[in-house]
Design a protein around this ligand. Structure first.
Ligand code: SAM
Length: 275
């Protein structure tokens, strides 16, 4: 089973997801630790890049990791077997809108960089809430490409980023979803919602972040959609070259780059909403 989604399932994208998760593990997973024995559902686990960090942060939790793409799941299995041999993870290939679990069968739900790709993220959150026991928690992490601020500033670089925003929107997703997590969760019936912006900032004094985040995560993501942006008539070869070159300038001496992720946590209310 597979779906057509903006980043695709190439080897390069698998590497980018791994780099992204490793570069951001401390930033994104800080505060996420599930008690031993608790049942955790991760949806859209991809190649297991976040699963590996979930396992490391919650070694006694019983994690079920789901993705719609079988090849990604196979990679996820090997990744977690390599990083945490013997980890208690169950893998399931399936569509998060059509999962086979009984109601209230999980204590916690974890979803990272998935809602941004869905046509109806609110419906996803409603559907998934059924699998959470009352009082169970959801953690949702998303980016927001509107939060990319950099020096030297460049209209061409901003236009290149906007190509990604437009392509994702055409595919039914939303690359500006981070700022919308609170209303999405509220409208999906969750309570006790807390959203924390988790900014990444890289400059020459943080060379590892420049390499792992600015270059290998963010710029790599923008560069990967070049052919699609050109084919869709969103840019020209010259404009694209200028835009991506200007993004790379932010990684050089005197360059700086800022991006914000949004981490939301919320609770499945003890009583059904409206009761
Ligand atoms: C950007 S990747 C993120 C993967 C992982 N959560 C991470 O942070 O590295 C999005 C993943 O969501 C999966 N996905 C998208 N729609 C899905 C659906 N309807 N059901 C299950 N998985 C889905 C894709 O197959 C892809 O692996």
């Amino acid at each position: 089973m597979t779906i057509d989604y903006v980043h695709g399932y190439s080897e390069l994208e698998a590497r980018r997801l791994g780099d992204q998760a490793n570069a951001l593990a401390a930033l994104l997973h800080e505060g996420t630790a599930y008690p031993a024995g608790s049942r955790v559902l991760e949806v859209g686990c991809g190649i297991g890049a976040q699963t590996a960090h979930l396992v490391a942060g919650s070694p006694g939790a019983r994690i079920v990791a789901v993705d719609v793409n079988e090849e990604s799941l196979a990679q996820a299995r090997s990744r977690v077997a390599a990083t945490s041999p013997g980890a208690a993870v169950e893998w399931l290939c399936g569509d998060l809108f059509d999962l086979p679990f009984p109601e209230s069968s999980f204590d916690h739900l974890f979803v990272c960089f998935v809602l941004e790709h869905l046509r109806d993220p609110q419906r996803a959150l409603v559907e998934l809430r059924r699998f959470l026991r009352p009082g169970g928690t959801v953690t949702a992490i998303e980016g927001d490409h509107g939060s990319a601020l950099f020096h030297p500033d460049s209209a061409a670089a901003r236009a290149a980023i906007d190509c990604q925003v437009q392509l994702q929107s055409t595919a039914g997703g939303d690359a500006l979803i981070g700022r919308k997590l609170q209303p999405l969760l509220a409208d999906a019936g969750y309570a006790g919602i807390t959203v924390q912006p988790r900014p990444v900032y890289a400059d020459q004094n943080r060379p590892e972040l420049v390499e792992d985040f600015t270059r290998n995560t963010f710029i790599a993501m923008i560069e990967s959609i070049g052919a699609d942006a050109l084919a869709a008539g969103l840019t020209t070869p010259d404009a694209w070259r200028r835009g991506t070159a200007d993004l790379h300038r932010t990684t050089g001496a005197g360059g700086t780059f800022h991006y914000a992720f949004f981490k939301a946590t919320a609770v499945n209310p003890l009583k059904a909403p409206g009761v």
